[in-house]
Design a protein around this ligand. Structure first.
Ligand code: COA
Length: 186
């Protein structure tokens, strides 16, 4: 992984980042506009549309803009964000996983989505475990949360495997859907 945030990291921190974000089967790297094709596919996958929502990204140009205004903006502002999860074997992008800071939540939350062809192999768990260790050891997070729609049972199962526990239902606005908030101390 290249430089984190807007300041250069020491060699020691850089090697810690690599040690945490490179797992036996996966690497994680920052998203760039070169990943627009993959993002277009992921954001239009039925499971993304069902469980995360319709971001209205239908063209390569819209995928490009999403990458710049979403993850890339957050790397610049906070030094972390959603990363591309890449299978070492074949250098194939399989999903995104990372940390998000939302105005509506006090704590940083973990987010993930993988293409269905790569489900059921433990990749999401391996990727999210690495991101949590990164949050704890590099960013110094003391707590992490996650939000899911109530019917997203696979996500809830993964969060529990990661050590997060259901805490309460939340709503981001009076009209919004109720979401399940999970959390864990790190
Ligand atoms: C949520 C989501 C990431 C979960 O993916 P997943 O495939 O269930 O999770 P994993 O990749 O960790 O795989 C776990 C499964 O692989 C199995 N597995 C196989 N090989 C494994 C290995 N080497 N190591 C660990 N688990 C392995 C596990 O037993 C488990 O199977 P089970 O579900 O039958 O118990 C995925 O469903 C997704 O991307 N959904 C759409 C987006 C979404 O909803 N995101 C969350 C929004 S809150």
């Amino acid at each position: 992984m290249e430089q984190q945030g807007h300041f250069p990291l020491s060699a020691q921190t850089t090697s810690l980042v690599h040690a945490l974000l490179d797992t036996p089967r996966l690497i994680h790297r920052r998203l760039s506009t070169e990943d627009a094709n993959f993002i277009l596919e992921l954001l239009n996958d039925p499971s993304w549309l069902q469980f995360i929502g319709d971001f209205g990204v239908r063209t390569l140009e819209e995928a490009h803009n999403y990458i710049l205004q979403g993850p890339v903006e957050m790397y610049g502002r906070l030094g972390f964000g959603l990363y591309l999860t890449v299978l070492k074997e074949g250098n194939v992008p399989i999903g995104i996983c990372g940390l998000i800071k939302r105005d509506a939540l006090e704590d940083v939350d973990i987010g993930f989505a993988f293409l269905p062809g790569f489900g059921g192999k433990g990749y999401a768990y391996e990727s999210a475990s690495a991101v949590m260790q990164y949050g704890k050891q590099v960013l110094g997070l003391k707590r992490i949360v996650a939000i899911t729609s109530p019917d997203n049972l696979r996500s809830a199962k993964l969060l529990e495997k990661l050590g997060l526990r259901f805490e309460r239902m939340i709503k981001f606005s009076p009209e919004a859907q109720e979401l399940r908030l999970f959390g864990a101390d790190l």
